[in-house]
Design a binder for this molecule. Sequence first.
Ligand code: ADP
Ligand code: AMP
Length: 213
Amino acid sequence: MKIIMLGAPGAGKGTQAKMIAEKYSIPHVSTGDIFRANIKNGTQLGMEAKQYMDQGLLVPDELTVKILLDRVANEDCKNGYVLDGFPRTIPQAEVLDKALSELGDQIDYAINVDVPDENIVKRMGGRRACLSCGATYHIEHVPPKSEGICDSCGQELVLRDDDKPETVQNRLNVYHEQTQPLIEFYSAKGVLKTVDGTMDMKEVFEAIVTILS
Ligand code: ADP
Ligand code: AMP
């Protein structure tokens, strides 16, 4: 099963993608997590990506597409995957589409997690991330057991630089201009499913499982 998560930054794509990955035993592939791991390890890719990420801009397609295609070519992706944060532009979607159709394959579901902008700004300010293992928390909705510490790996939790309010508005603008057109792209392919992302995260997950079953 090959699934794409669509939705604004902070809509809950990562939260739902992790639950889908666990339930259906497929890898969760997040381009944002791949970039953050590269930043943490000080790689050339990480240094280049950081310049864009810190401003709330998209990393150029040339950099992004290659890391994604390399990742999904891995053995663990052969039975499917859930993509979180990719594609984010029409050219990215077209490259993925072409790569899949060359293998006689296609995306099965594009799940659009729909959340209005007003809710997003509030959610992002409360998000806390573990840059070590990629776990995500929310100070109100999903607090860690011990404040500021990751339940999974014990490392310190941070407010991501790009989750600061001044950057969140940029990211929302970029989303509406460059990523939202993908809703129409996948709708035209007949694979788009929309869920109400303002519900409690368990309810959102139930709605997704109903779609996938
Ligand atoms: P995305 O991957 O789309 O950027 P996340 O999954 O990281 O978004 O979610 C953004 C923030 O909102 C996180 O702090 C997460 O814990 C919280 N969150 C996710 N889903 C919900 C929900 N349904 N209701 C309330 N908060 C949520
Ligand atoms: P995310 O963790 O998905 O919110 O991504 C964080 C940031 O990484 C984004 O704001 C972009 O700067 C960058 N990024 C992640 N995925 C992509 C992508 N598919 N295309 C371009 N930039 C991306």
